[in-house]
Design a protein around this ligand. Structure first.
Ligand code: GLP
Length: 240
């Protein structure tokens, strides 16, 4: 594990963007695994800035996102597809056929999960996976207690996740109760993982993820076993 201390959110974002851009510079047709959430916003902002300066070219890059809420599509501002379009895809030269998220509106959710696994396999696997961290230790939407062996699947969101994510909706009742997420097994198959955390509210869980016992009760703790894990956290997140 490589642990990188950042001064603050902006510094964390720059450092993480550096790893992603280095990946793309070294391999122009990289497959990037992407994440949503407040942690990722600054990273995408930085990548867009470097793209505009002419420092990164996304024309050959493919991306696969970790997750999507069941029932929301790109037109819904709370969907992860909307988030990605808004923060990254519409600002860079990535081709529409090259970015992917699970389809939260798919008629057959089970089949959609299998399609997503086949897609990642067809792309040749993920070169670098960006991850944020849920306050309960979830990665993607893999909630505490789920088996580590899962590929893409549909999950019921835990009450504390619904509560934590309610800040992105007008009320808690609007937060979908289910999501499609890449499983822990699928995440662990990425060739490199960049885990980011910022702010005091992540301090306790970050300590448990990195230094506590490896247990499905703390889904992110499995990352301790990954051969190429890069952790970038700011001073507040490293507070513990
Ligand atoms: C959501 C996403 C995760 C993300 C987490 C943290 O639940 N499914 O992929 O890492 O929230 O979000 P934030 O970065 O906003 O704290």
């Amino acid at each position: 594990m490589k642990l990188i201390r950042a001064k603050n959110y902006k510094d964390m974002s720059r450092k993480a963007a550096n790893f992603l851009s280095a990946q793309v510079i070294l391999k122009d047709n990289s497959v990037l695994g992407l994440a949503t959430g407040g942690t990722a916003e600054g990273i995408y902002e930085q990548l867009v800035e470097w793209y505009r300066k002419g420092d990164i070219d996304f024309s050959e890059v493919s991306t696969v996102n970790l997750d999507e809420y069941v029932g929301l599509d790109a037109k819904n501002e709370r969907s992860y597809q909307y988030f990605m379009n808004h923060h990254l895809f519409q600002h860079i030269n990535i081709s529409e056929k090259n970015y992917h998220l699970p389809d939260g509106k798919a008629e057959d959710i089970e089949e959609e999960c299998r399609r997503y696994d086949r897609l990642i396999e067809k792309l040749g696997g993920i070169d670098m996976q960006l991850l944020g961290l849920g306050e309960n230790g979830h990665i993607g939407f893999n909630e505490p207690g789920e088996a580590f062996e899962q590929m893409t699947h549909c999950i019921q969101l835990k009450e504390d996740t619904i509560q934590a994510n309610a800040r992105y909706f007008s009320s808690k009742d609007e937060v979908p109760k289910q999501a499609i997420t890449m499983g822990v097994k699928a995440i662990m198959q990425a060739r490199a993982i960049v885990l980011c955390a910022s702010g005091a509210r992540k301090a306790d869980i970050l300590k448990r993820v990195l230094f506590g016992p490896v247990t499905p009760e703390v889904p992110g703790s499995i990352l301790q076993m990954h051969p190429r894990l890069i952790v970038i956290a700011d001073a507040e997140a490293m507070g513990e």
